[in-house]
Design a protein around this ligand. Structure first.
Ligand SMILES: NC(=O)C1=CN([C@@H]2O[C@H](COP(=O)(O)OP(=O)(O)OC[C@H]3O[C@@H](n4cnc5c(N)ncnc54)[C@H](OP(=O)(O)O)[C@@H]3O)[C@@H](O)[C@H]2O)C=CC1
Ligand SMILES: O=CCCC(=O)O
Length: 278
């Protein structure tokens, strides 16, 4: 995700400085014209606005707060936009580190996967410092098709977790439907066409149905990240005393798929947790 988003900024003519824990992953961006930094702090030192796209809460905290992390070079006039999917507590901790160094903080997790990231069609779910949202708007416009400002720190993270919890349950349900259709002798391709025309038509079902029927799960949204989002959404449910029985059941399927070795496959590989073995 970070690669596609940064590449769009380079293509739009911005001076982009990149860092990644595994440095080789910066090579293609360097070839496209980005400058490569040695640490997150070095990125922040070079830039007015720094974007972070990282896997999970642990990664976001590490990159923001390590001795050579982003907060170490934060200063008044600089902004940090974390577009990773994390929980509100992590967003608050990163915000505190950035703000205590005088910087501004925006969380802006994204809806949309690899394709929308490449096409500049992401949806940003932002919260935090409104002035930074306004300053970052031209960048978000390059990378996305819509940006929402949802309020104080945590609101963007919570919105993203609600959206991905719904998506995870829908995908698990779709996997069950495709599997049941097959078991009763129906063509899965017919199910895809029937669903496409009715009230439960859904771009995700249309996109993923054919490849799921073939047992192909080339990663767009890795299953380990979907399971992380289910876990974080369930924790949010506990905190809010909101029952989430469907999401809890779906989470067990994603955990089963992870245990079966599908962590780095697309999240549609949840199919393997429900499909009856012939
Ligand atoms: N893929 C998708 O479709 C979407 C993903 N998201 C969210 O975006 C985020 C990134 O997703 P995606 O790009 O797919 O994930 P990837 O797994 O491809 O990339 C994760 C990135 O995080 C880095 N990272 C992980 N742990 C650490 C750490 N401890 N310290 C420093 N860097 C670390 C990785 O570095 P390294 O290369 O060294 O491993 C890599 O750059 C996740 O929060 C995900 O939930 C949101 C919308 C869509
Ligand atoms: O977090 C991943 C979201 C994927 C999507 O919105 O298609």
């Amino acid at each position: 995700m970070g690669y596609a988003m940064a590449l769009n900024l380079v293509k739009a003519g911005y001076e982009v400085v990149v860092w990644n824990r595994s440095p080789a992953k910066c090579d293609a961006l360097a070839a496209a014209g980005a400058q490569v930094a040695a640490t997150p702090a070095e990125v922040v030192a070079c830039c007015d606005i720094t974007l972070a796209m990282l896997s999970d809460p642990e990664a976001c905290l590490a990159v923001a707060t390590a001795p050579d992390g982003a907060a170490a070079a934060m200063a008044p006039g600089k902004g940090y936009v974390d577009v990773s999917t994390v929980d509100a507590a992590t967003a608050a901790a990163v915000a505190a580190a950035v703000r205590s160094a005088g910087g501004a903080y925006l969380e802006a997790p994204v809806s949309g996967s690899k394709g929308p990231a490449e096409q500049g069609q992401l949806i940003f779910l932002s919260a935090g410092d409104k002035q930074l949202f306004e300053a970052a708007a031209p960048l978000l416009e390059v990378m996305g098709k819509a940006s929402f400002f949802l309020g104080d720190v945590g609101a963007g993270a919570n919105m993203k977790l609600v959206v991905n919890m719904i998506m995870g349950s829908m995908m698990a349900s779709w996997a069950e439907g495709l599997s049941l259709a097959k078991q009763c002798g129906l063509q899965q391709s017919d199910l895809v066409e029937v669903v496409k025309l009715g009230a439960i038509a859904c771009p995700m079902f249309a996109l993923k149905g054919p490849t799921m029927a073939e047992g192909q799960y080339a990663p767009a949204f890795p299953l380990k990240h979907q399971q992380k989002d289910m876990r974080l959404a369930l924790a949010l449910g506990d905190e809010m005393q909101q029952e989430l029985p469907l999401a809890a059941a779906a989470n067990e399927l994603y955990k089963r798929a992870r245990a079966a070795g599908y962590s780095d496959s697309d999240f549609s590989a949840v199919m393997e947790a429900v499909a009856k073995k012939d």
